[in-house]
Design a protein around this ligand. Structure first.
Ligand SMILES: [Zn+2]
Length: 503
């Protein structure tokens, strides 16, 4: 007696079909799972046996051989519990074998037979649709994100018993319902931030032109507070982008917003002790912080304190907008198109140049700290802003600044100007160094000002092009066709290179 039931395994942010075949042999009762199961899949045997008994069914008195195919694909996670239970019941003739074959199943089982949420249900449902299944049957909590896929039936169940009744035609399973992906921004508002005029402008420019930004200033001057408000002034996620984000967050097992569906631009702020794997993705192909920040903001506070390998590893996503993780059995690609905000104190203790507090750092420590503010990552940062030391309270003085909604309106119009000029999806930060001169279309006085600045300060031509890029974004915010002298002046003011702060 044998039966075949379909399941799927998550591979990065994608899923691959797995067939679960069960043979019942007339031998001493036991359970064997073959086909590269991970320890978590091997442990399923006990959960499945208890869940079947708790559902009022008999567990076969036989040698139960569960074979997972393809055999060379490593099977991880708890999502095989449900297809294994059904394959055992189908082999024993307790569930209709033909009916069960039309569906793809995923879900963890509790010992009492309840279905528990799994990660990656969006990717699994996509795989089921692409393979032409009638539908998927999943735990209730996975319904909303799976229903976003469309093109197949998404049915949800609370217990194994409900699934068995449905397959026998004796019960009904409700359809998962998809939430609306278009949701207005909720969360932190720029209106709450007082002062920091230059930093507010820098934030708007970062949002409008897609520029990466470095914020420098003493502790408590509002770096985190400002960074956390960038998602709210970026254009709202399109439904397609929301789907991309949901797929990644689902594969990571994050269930933001209750339904597990991402409708707001992500804001990720990993601690500076984070490992390279935590930032880029783990060996078991879970997405890291850079992928979780896709379409949103990655904030690296105390950037010079990050491990060197972690800092350098971020170079790949900044260049390619994606991360590739290879391991035996294949490679996973995580999308990682995020806005980077790095933040740094003036020195390790934070008080260098502070009006009332003294810095206690040895000169060598200060130099080492500053040295970490160079290299491949900082080379990709267009905006470098020094914040004024402000007491935290003064930042929330009651007078409301301009709201995120008003700033976002300007950002959206500047972005549509860029799309028309640079091409779809290309912000000013994304144009090459060779293109920027032509796209900026700077007036003669503007060019003269820029050349004078570069000559006077001895900055490199590369920095000069960054200033021009930022000036281009300022002109787009102003609705100006050409970059003028005023925008170059403003762009220079947004580019603090920190040399003054050196001892
Ligand atoms: Zn110090």
């Amino acid at each position: 007696m044998s039966a075949l039931v379909h399941g799927a395994v998550l591979f990065g942010v994608d899923a691959a079909l797995v067939s679960v075949e069960v043979d019942l042999l007339r031998r001493l009762p036991s359970v064997a799972i073959v086909g590269l199961p991970s320890p978590s899949v091997r442990e399923a045997a006990e959960r499945v046996r208890s869940a079947i008994l708790a559902s009022g069914m008999e567990f076969p008195r036989a040698r139960v051989v569960i074979s997972l195919a393809p055999a060379d694909l490593r099977k991880e996670g708890t999502g095989f519990d449900l297809p294994m239970a059904l394959a055992i019941l189908a082999a024993a003739g307790r569930v209709d074998r033909d009916n069960v074959g039309r569906w793809l199943f995923a879900g963890e089982l509790s010992l009492a037979g309840e279905l528990r949420a799994i990660r990656g249900s969006l990717a699994i449902t996509c795989a089921a649709r692409d393979a032409g299944f009638r539908g998927v049957i999943l735990p209730v909590a996975n319904g909303p994100e799976a229903a976003l896929v469309g093109g197949l039936e998404v049915r949800v169940a609370q217990t194994l018993r409900e699934v068995i009744a449905f397959l026998d035609g004796a019960g009904h399973l409700p359809l998962g319902s998809a939430p609306d992906l278009r949701e207005p921004h909720r969360g932190l508002d720029l209106a709450e931030v007082q002062g920091q005029t230059r930093a507010r402008l820098a934030l708007e420019v970062a949002a409008a032109g897609g520029h990466n930004m470095l914020l420098e200033g003493p502790p408590g001057c509002g770096k985190t507070m400002l960074a956390a408000r960038l998602p709210g002034i970026l254009p709202a996620l399109t439904p397609g982008e929301a789907l991309e984000c949901t797929r990644i967050h689902s594969a990571a097992g994050l269930r933001s917003g209750g339904a597990g569906v991402v409708t707001q631009r992500p804001f990720r702020a990993p601690h500076h002790s984070a490992s390279t794997a935590a930032l880029l993705g783990t060996a078991d192909l879970r997405p890291g912080e850079a992928a979780l920040a896709h379409r949103g903001v990655l904030f690296l506070d105390e950037f010079p304190e990050f491990r060197r390998d972690a800092r350098e590893a971020l170079r790949a996503p900044l260049e390619d907008r994606s991360i590739v993780i290879s391991r035996a059995g294949g490679r996973a690609v995580f999308p990682a198109d995020f806005a980077l905000i790095a933040a740094a104190n003036p020195c390790p203790c934070g008080y260098l140049g502070h009006p009332t507090r003294a810095c206690v750092c040895p000169a060598s420590a200060r130099q080492r700290y500053r040295a970490h503010l160079s290299g491949p990552i900082v080379d990709r940062i267009d905006l470098r802003v020094e914040l004024e030391p402000v007491e935290g309270q003064a930042l929330f003085s009651g007078v409301r600044g301009e709201s995120s909604a008003d700033v976002r309106a300007r950002v959206e119009s500047a972005r549509s100007i860029q799309t028309a000029r640079n091409g779809p999806g290309r912000t000013n930060a994304g144009v090459s160094a060779d293109e920027v001169l032509g796209l900026a279309d700077a007036t003669a006085p503007a060019m003269r000002l820029l050349v004078e600045h570069v000559d006077r300060t001895g900055t490199s031509a590369r920095v000069g092009r960054r200033i021009l890029r930022v000036a281009r974004t300022l002109a787009d915010i102003d609705g100006a066709t050409r970059v003028g002298a005023s925008q170059v002046t403003a762009a220079i003011a947004l580019r603090f290179d920190g040399e003054e702060a050196l001892p």
